[in-house]
Design a protein around this ligand. Structure first.
Ligand code: SAH
Length: 296
């Protein structure tokens, strides 16, 4: 009798939960379904992902299953898993994220990598003042502060909610004393400053590309962090045009772009007063995603 009951109601082990959830999420069209299932289950169980593989036969309690089921349903509805678990990796750090901030992307690591390497190898740039315009979760500001030990950073955003998260992340990573968070639009919070690096990952998605974005981005990430007007260049245009007024000489402008905008931003940098040597750098996928120009 007991035997029969057990065969009818199989135990929900880690292995079974992952297999079922991966299949369920994949059927709902969720990308990277296996990874999503692992992230959600490790979050609910309070363990690192590797632990799931070390203990695949661990049965989940009713409480764990119910918490997991709720998250899986939200993920199946295309809510980003990073928001559901409340954090995301960036430049070898864990950052807190909420729906008030953009989930930092791997492409942005190319921008950080460039600034860190440039500061390390260029005489005169080893204790720079860096501006990060539109800091969101604080990803860029915190990563450069951690890896350029003598730098100081001004991190700005129009969103007070984003600045709150960025400030929490800066505290968690021990760099809050070197980052000044300022609320305001574009160049306004920099009034009277001259910086060595003017860095930004501004909203740059055009209306046309916005329509084609996947649901988990379009329906859940903040539109104000992504949309850059009809042609996507609304913010980039202002930054490229005016950055030189806030840059030391020598100094560098470093902006994230969409790969389709390469020619346009190079032309804008060429036409801008006070900038020279405009060029683009590739991200981990080999796409041109970073515009670099020197102040002159
Ligand atoms: N730097 C972060 C976030 C980039 S998203 C990262 O790389 O992950 C773009 C950010 O710009 C958002 O946080 C958004 O709130 C902010 N933003 C939008 N319009 C702005 C403006 N006019 N001035 C300053 N920041 C702005």
């Amino acid at each position: 009798m007991i035997q029969a009951e057990q065969t009818q109601r199989p135990v929900w082990t880690t292995r079974r939960l992952l297999a079922w959830t991966t299949d369920h999420l994949a059927k709902k069209g969720v990308e990277h379904a296996r990874l999503a299932a692992e992230m959600l289950l490790s979050h609910v169980l309070g363990v690192v992902r590797l632990k799931l593989y070390m203990d695949p036969d661990r049965p989940a309690s009713d409480l764990e299953r119910s918490a997991f089921r709720d998250l899986v349903e939200r993920a199946a509805n295309h809510e980003p898993v990073d928001y559901l678990v409340g954090c995301t990796p960036f430049f070898s750090m864990m950052l807190k994220v909420t729906p008030d901030v953009l989930v930092p992307r791997p492409s942005t690591e190319a921008l950080v990598e460039h600034v860190v390497q440039h500061a390390r190898r260029t005489p005169g740039f080893n204790s720079p003042l860096i501006a990060d315009i539109g800091t969101g979760s604080g990803a860029i500001a915190i990563a450069v502060a951690k890896h350029i030990p003598h730098c100081t950073v001004i991190a700005t955003d129009v969103s007070p909610e984003a600045l709150e998260i960025a400030s929490e992340n800066a505290h968690d990573h021990g760099v809050a004393d070197r980052i000044s968070f300022r609320e305001g639009s574009l160049l306004e919070p920099l009034a009277g400053e001259r910086v060595a690096y003017f860095v930004s990952n501004p909203p740059y998605i055009s209306d046309e590309r916005w329509q084609k974005l996947s649901r988990n981005v379009k329906d859940f990430e903040p539109g104000g962090a992504l949309r850059g007007g009809a042609d996507g260049l609304k913010f980039l245009r202002v930054l490229i045009d005016q950055a030189h007024e806030y840059l030391d000489r020598p100094g560098q402008l470093v902006l994230e772009i969409d790969d389709t905008q390469k020619e346009q931003v190079l032309a804008l940098a060429e036409a801008a007063a006070g900038l020279s040597h405009g060029h683009t750098l590739a991200d981990h996928e080999g796409l041109p995603r970073v515009l670099v120009a020197n102040s002159q």
